[in-house]
Design a binder for this molecule. Structure first.
Ligand SMILES: CC(C)(COP(=O)(O)OP(=O)(O)OC[C@H]1O[C@@H](n2cnc3c(N)ncnc32)[C@H](O)[C@@H]1OP(=O)(O)O)[C@@H](O)C(=O)NCCC(=O)NCCS
Length: 210
């Protein structure tokens, strides 16, 4: 996971192997394998704020098996497992990728601001090992390179609605992901001062807290 994040130039909240092993032992992971036992993909469950929030983390598919629906299938399985284990928990994810945004939208997740995520320090501590941690802290944990998405079991749109919303706004999301990278990099270069550039702000712009 770490080398994959490095290769795509994004950060990652690094977890020790023992932590990930424990998730497997506790039945809080989905592992995809071929019939001959070759590893294909992985994802695991974390819970925060005393079970109020659940995150489906560490999604990865082996390069040879990408673009054939494996991630989609893993995410569906881990989502159902999370709902089974923590029926009242809000399920959230942080991602820098459009593919994951798409899969999440198919499941009923909606993009949210960071203020709607767990405020459990232990969760954010995990970001310490990410190369973008300084940016996250300079924004007082309100924004970073990752996009936040949430499924609230008590108050959520139907998956058909979030799916439609994603499809309609896909191009905008793509542009905003790029813009976000550019803007945050610029802030880094300017040592956190920004350039005061004021373009007309759309709904999506506000959502991304730019
Ligand atoms: C992101 C990743 C998990 C996707 O795995 P995958 O098995 O190739 O994904 P799927 O085939 O299930 O694709 C799911 C959807 O995303 C789309 N998609 C896949 N890769 C994409 C990409 N790079 N850009 C845009 N869309 C993409 C697919 O077309 C598919 O859409 P569809 O349902 O309309 O067909 C995989 O590329 C990976 O492991 N990357 C490195 C680790 C990573 O980025 N993890 C996510 C951290 S949040």
């Amino acid at each position: 996971m770490e080398s994959s994040a490095k290769a795509r130039g994004t950060g990652i909240a690094r977890r020790p192997p023992e932590y990930v092993a424990e998730k497997m032992e506790q039945g809080k992971a989905v592992i995809a394998v071929t019939t001959s036992g070759e590893w294909v993909g992985f994802c695991y469950i974390e819970n925060w704020s005393h079970g109020e929030y659940v995150a489906n983390s560490g999604l990865i598919v082996a390069p040879a098996y990408r673009k054939s629906g494996v991630a989609k299938s893993i995410k569906h399985k881990i989502f159902n497992l999370s709902r089974e284990k923590y029926p009242d928990a809000k399920i959230f994810g942080l991602t820098t990728g459009l593919a994951v945004m798409k899969i999440n939208s198919d499941l009923g997740y909606e993009p949210v601001t960071y203020s709607e995520l767990t405020q459990d320090d232990a969760f954010w501590e995990g970001c310490k090992s990410c190369v973008n941690y300084e940016t996250l802290m300079s924004k007082e944990r309100q924004n970073c390179f990752c996009t936040a998405m949430l499924y609230d079991p008590k108050d959520h749109y139907k998956p058909e609605e979030t799916k439609e919303f994603f499809e309609k706004n896909k191009k905008g999301f793509e542009r905003l992901l790029r813009l976000k990278q550019w803007k945050l990099f610029k802030k880094k270069e300017n040592n956190g001062t920004g350039n005061g550039n004021s373009k007309p702000k759309s709904f999506l712009f506000h959502l991304f807290n730019l």
